[in-house]
Design a protein around this ligand. Structure first.
Ligand SMILES: Cc1ncc(COP(=O)(O)O)c(C=O)c1O
Length: 386
């Protein structure tokens, strides 16, 4: 199993904290946004006497209510198209298990959410990357590059939209191009849409489930973790109109019995969260993004693409090995008692050597904290000897 590049520096951060250093975490996507009150209240105020297993694919009530939520996002599905999972993570693992046998291949534009590597490895699947780059803001690479990598073992193309770690939001046109390609080659298109709500500058997310003619090909991955700042609830889902996929995913789900019952209650209640909550959260993230990117662009030698969604960006640093630098930040450097923790980006690429000078930064902290973090990075880059 590959180690999570996001978590492998944690022991160094813990040591720094023990030495009294204030570590500013730009490395993980744990939002500081409050979970909606309705969700927390549903767990507090109930008269459950036996905390039973729930239904394998999630309660009827929750799946029904989810269909109404998706309708508000322009996605028309039935409750029978949904398998509720223990986080989007489990939905990703189920999706891979459903479509591929050991030695099969999945094509993924890189950089990508590093845990895709872990899920693929667990299923014996080979990840075949197609590189996207900072020069195009990490847009969809030309289709020819995907097509040149399709082999008899290719089962799917996996995208993350909006992207972690790139913040790139695929346009309707890009989704259409991908849809046409997977139909032509009879592949699945798996779209990880866990950041659907977080799009900026008035841009609108286009789901693969909105694209007609994709009934047999589309598998969508979702989660309450980011939408309602409920990462600890561990509820997500897999959605597909392809009933063979749904039936197979349910078999995987039966093996782990059920999703967590309390978290289901919270997730069902969270669906009553008013739009005003999202408006405020999106405004907050958008303003944090603007501050962070503006500040980073002022740091000598740093290059950063403008994210249009999610809450991450990839920054290229003026050095060779960002992992060494990230470790040095935690082990040897402080500025006015603080340092920053970043996620080295090489672990988000499958191609050896790519992303070595890049880091992923998450803007899930208050603006003042983000400002301070960039000041520290600036001084650190001037001090560091590569
Ligand atoms: C792109 C992406 N997909 C899936 C997940 C998994 O989320 P969870 O298992 O908390 O739903 C994450 C978590 O950070 C993510 O960034």
């Amino acid at each position: 199993m590959p180690e999570s590049p996001i978590r492998k520096l944690v022991p160094f951060a813990e040591d720094a904290k023990k030495r009294g250093v204030d570590v500013i975490h730009l490395n993980i996507g744990q939002p500081d946004i409050k979970t909606p009150r309705v969700a927390l209240d549903a767990v507090k105020n109930n008269d459950i006497e036996v905390l039973e297993y729930s239904r394998t694919e999630g309660t009827e009530a929750y799946r029904d209510k989810l269909t109404s939520y998706y309708k508000t996002r322009g996605i028309k599905i039935d409750s029978g198209d949904i398998v509720v999972t223990t986080g989007g993570s489990e939905a990703l693992a189920f999706a891979m298990g459903c479509i591929a046998d050991p030695d099969d291949e999945i094509i993924i534009p890189e950089p990508f959410y590093a845990n895709y590597n872990g899920f693929a490895t667990a299923h014996g699947i080979r990840v075949v990357p197609v590189a996207s780059g900072m020069d195009t803001n990490f847009a969809l690479p030309p289709l020819a590059q995907f097509e040149s990598r399709i082999t008899p073992k290719t089962r799917a193309i996996l995208i993350c939209n909006p992207g972690n770690p790139t913040g790139y939001l695929y346009s309707k046109d890009e989704i259409r191009q991908l849809a046409a390609m997977v139909k032509k080659h009879n592949l699945f298109l798996i779209a990880d849409e866990v950041y659907r709500e977080f799009t900026y500058d008035g841009k609108i997310h286009y789901s693969i489930l909105q694209e007609e003619g994709m009934e047999q090909h589309a598998i969508m991955i979702d989660s309450v973790s980011k939408r309602y700042s409920m990462c600890g609830a561990r509820i997500g889902c897999l959605v597909s109109r392809n009933m063979e996929i749904v039936r197979t995913a349910i078999k995987f789900a039966q093996a782990r019995l059920s999703p967590p019952t309390f978290a289901l209650l919270a997730s069902e209640a969270a669906l009553d969260t008013p739009q005003s909550y999202f408006d405020a959260v999106i405004e907050e993230y958008s303003s944090r993004r603007n501050h962070l990117i503006e500040d980073l662009r002022r740091v000598e030698g740093v290059q950063v693409a403008m994210p249009q969604g999610a809450f991450y960006c990839i920054a290229a640093l003026p050095l060779e090995d960002a992992e060494k630098f990230a470790r040095w930040l935690l082990e040897e450097f402080t500025y006015e008692g603080s340092t920053v923790m970043v996620a080295p980006a090489a672990g988000f690429y499958a191609t050896e050597g790519l992303g070595r000078n890049e880091v992923r930064l998450a803007y899930v902290l208050q603006k003042e904290r983000l400002r301070k973090a960039v000041r520290i990075l600036d001084v650190a880059l001037k001090t560091y000897k590569d």
